[in-house]
Design a protein. Structure first.
Length: 460
């Protein structure tokens, strides 16, 4: 392997993704906001078992348990798939998880450099100044002798026998062209010595680190062209419904599709690679064909998860012999959501058709599943007091859009299942327990990808 083709972990023992995931989860719960409480193992149920249609959901899974089921399903899929880490160019690695430790391939800096614009000086002053200066990226200048100085730029290589760097603002040149210091100078001042940041072979970052812009910069500085990382989970989105328009104004009982434009970038923000977005209408035949042909790790469907005359998701899953791991969740909005295992290493998340209900399903089932497939660490759970009381459902968790204002969360209006107006202004979703929450009550929050600090702000 040449110096120009180096990659992370070249000297490390190869790990598969299951081992990377185990390292990431060491000392952490499998998912945030209550998900660390073990849930009972899901029992696959045949189509129709325990379901009561759109208005009820006997046998539905409690919200925290549903998130744990999704994370556990992903861990089983990782084990079954035995996917290997991939070598990714730096410009394509943002947001991935390192599958090998990052060790320095060179000293940083790799030679003594100037930390400031000024003069490299040797011995006590005043100093005679050389005519030609030293610039960054140029070959090493000749050695200095005592009483000699040379102009030097930040980042330039320090000439041999240099005592210190005198900053531009601290030096003056007299009429005879001699340099004088305006203050005392310590030996080694404003010189970055070779290896100040690290030495070749030093451990820089651990397996399981998320690749942020700063990680990319460090990797490049340390000599890497590629990184060994966990590949992005592959996702296919199937938009169901004959009533959906892709452009123009609603008319004649037709409505604009909000989920087709919203879900792909949201899923990318969760770390997924989008293989395709397909619009199938209300066709059981087209749905079956799409599911049986899909190469995705996760298929996300929109609508069709209830028990109406054109709700084809459950019958199609039954026809395929899929295992229903979650068939309804005790959460509002979004309780008709579902999670099914199509193959050992392939799953389906069925989202309700109403936009905010679909967001609820995305964060309840797709987020923990994708996070686990990508070997990302679980987010730290946190709470804030609510500025206002929030009415709750008597039995179910509620997810309510909120904005974060200093040390509290302010609930937003327009949070019905079909509404996105509140969601579009939100920073997070408040996890409101059954029965509701009073003003000032500490309430768990789910950050939205673009509002959370860190790599999730990236959509590409």
């Amino acid at each position: 392997m040449t110096a120009g083709g180096t990659r992370a972990g070249q000297d490390a023992e190869d790990l598969d993704i299951e081992e990377v995931l185990a390292l990431v989860n060491e000392g952490h719960g499998p998912s945030g906001h209550g998900d660390s409480v073990p849930a009972p193992a899901p029992t696959p149920r045949p189509h129709g078992s325990g379901r009561t249609g759109e208005g009820g959901h006997h046998g539905a899974t409690p919200w925290p348990d549903a998130r744990e089921v999704a994370a556990r399903a992903a861990r089983a899929a990782v084990k079954a798939a035995r996917r290997a880490p991939v070598s990714v160019p730096l410009d394509a690695a943002l947001g991935l998880t390192l599958a090998a430790p990052l060790s320095a391939l060179t000293d940083l800096p790799s030679f003594d450099t100037s930390a400031m614009d000024g003069w490299a000086i040797a011995g006590p002053g005043p100093w005679a100044v050389r005519e030609e200066g030293v610039l960054a990226g140029h070959a090493e200048a000749g050695a200095l002798t005592d009483g000699e100085a040379v102009r030097i730029a930040t980042g330039a290589r320090i000439p041999p026998d240099t005592t210190a760097v005198l900053r531009s603002e601290h030096g003056t040149i007299d009429a005879k062209g001699r340099l004088h210091a305006g203050r005392d100078i310590e030996p080694g001042q404003d010189i970055r010595p070779r290896g100040q940041e690290c030495r070749t072979g030093d451990h820089l970052l651990a397996t399981g680190t998320i690749v942020t812009p700063a990680v990319l910069g460090l990797a490049a500085a340390a000599g890497y062209d590629t990184l060994t990382a966990v590949p992005r989970p592959r996702v296919e989105v199937l938009v169901l419904g004959d009533e959906l328009l892709t452009e123009g104004l609603p008319h004649d009982g037709l409505i604009r599709d909000a989920l087709g434009p919203m879900l792909p970038p949201w899923l990318r923000a969760l770390g997924a690679e989008i293989l395709a977005v397909r619009r199938l209408g209300d066709s059981a035949k087209a749905l079956y064909k799409a599911l049986t042909a899909s190469r995705a790790d996760l298929v996300v469907t929109t609508g069709g998860t209830a028990a109406g005359p054109v709700d084809h998701v459950h019958p199609t899953l039954e026809r395929m012999g899929a295992d229903l791991l979650v068939d309804g969740v005790k959460v509002r909005p979004g309780h008709p959501m579902l999670l099914a295992r199509l193959k050992e290493d392939q799953h389906l998340v069925g989202l309700p058709g109403n936009p905010l209900a679909a967001v609820s399903g995305l964060l309840t089932l797709a987020e923990p599943l994708l996070r686990t497939l990508a070997a990302r660490p679980a987010p730290e759970s946190y709470t804030l007091p609510l500025k206002e009381a929030v009415h709750g459902h008597p039995r179910d968790t509620r997810l309510v859009p909120v904005v974060l204002r200093g040390d509290h969360a302010e609930p937003l209006r327009y949070h019905g299942p079909a509404m996105l107006r509140g969601m579009a202004a939100a920073d997070a979703l408040a996890v409101v327990p059954p029965g509701g929450a009073r003003a000032g009550q500490e309430t768990a929050l789910l950050d939205l990808p673009w509002a959370a600090a860190g790599i999730e702000v990236c959509f590409t």
